[in-house]
Design a binder for this molecule. Structure first.
Ligand SMILES: Nc1ncnc2c1ncn2[C@@H]1O[C@H](COP(=O)(O)OP(=O)(O)OP(=O)(O)O)[C@@H](O)[C@H]1O
Ligand SMILES: [Mg+2]
Length: 258
């Protein structure tokens, strides 16, 4: 089982969009996929068409040891694609966990019983490097970093890399960065091309070849509870998430760990 944390403390860079759509592409390849919404905003939950007010148990209950992870799993209505949803309750976990021993390991421990059930677990992190993201990094085998194609995209990346390095050194030695994916790419602007080139210089081996284009269709899909593949399968954005899934699979196979 591969556990991939989608992390970037910058807000609105495409973590959730990438998490739900990449999970969808993996599920279409007959992989068993679970997405865990680790963000009190619950955007992954809503994007998949799940109403937050109806939830009986969420990631909060899993983190606090109140429910077993397998009891909190919900189907998303797609074959091989489940979710552990989140709601604003999760914000409380950050405070309440502070007093718990081994607080950064709560998620990792809770996920152990799921190992036989899924091929992939994708962790949609909140826009911070707090305890929720730390739990995700301790539970993960890989980090996937979405980066928006904009000025200052690299700002904050050093801090994120520093956090990942510290987690690897002190907490989770198996953690590695699977790649950086550039999102909201607009090839018509020089700026977007320059940002991609700059990121390529910094991370020649890590940046994915696939660029996720900026597309209104991508931002519309969640309001229908749909993935981009369902909402507009012919779109370039749908094709790009398909290509990203291929690259993710290839990278793990090349590493000999898939
Ligand atoms: N390729 C794209 N083209 C156009 N809009 C996009 C694209 N990807 C994401 N968006 C939109 O940008 C906004 C932010 O995306 P998303 O929620 O995935 O980012 P995030 O990093 O998860 O945000 P947060 O940090 O708040 O969790 C959303 O409104 C989303 O619909
Ligand atoms: Mg998000």
């Amino acid at each position: 089982m591969h556990v991939i944390a989608l992390a970037n403390q910058k807000g609105g860079v495409g973590k959730t969009t990438t998490a739900v759509n990449l999970a969808g592409e993996l599920a279409r390849r007959k992989q068993r996929v679970l997405i865990i919404d680790c963000d009190p905003q619950g955007n992954a939950t809503t994007s998949l068409g799940i109403a937050k007010r109806d939830l009986k148990a969420t990631t909060y209950d899993v983190l606090m040891g109140l429910s077993h992870a397998e009891e909190v799993v919900l189907p998303t209505g797609r074959s091989g694609y489940d979710i552990i949803p989140a709601s604003e309750h999760l914000a409380g976990a950050m405070v309440e966990l502070t007093a718990v021993e081994e607080r950064e390991w709560q998620l990792a421990q809770a996920l152990r019983p799921l190992e036989e059930m899924y091929d992939w677990i994708l962790l949609d992190c909140p826009p911070s490097l707090g305890l929720l993201t730390l739990n995700a990094l301790c539970a993960a085998s890989h980090v996937l970093i979405p980066l928006q194609c904009e000025y200052l995209a690299l700002e904050g990346l050093a801090q994120l890399k520093g956090t990942i390095d510290r987690v690897r050194e002190h907490l989770n030695s198996r953690l590695s960065i699977i790649g950086v994916v550039m999102t909201m790419y607009d090839g018509r602007t020089n700026l977007a091309q320059q940002v991609v080139e700059e990121v390529r210089r910094h991370f020649p081996h890590r940046i994915f070849n696939t660029l996720i284009p900026r597309s209104v269709r991508v931002s519309e899909a969640p309001s229908y509870g749909q993935l981009i593949f369902e909402y507009d399968p012919q779109s370039r954005a749908a094709q790009s998430y398909n290509a990203l899934a291929d690259e993710v699979l290839r990278r793990l196979v090349e590493k000999g760990s898939a």
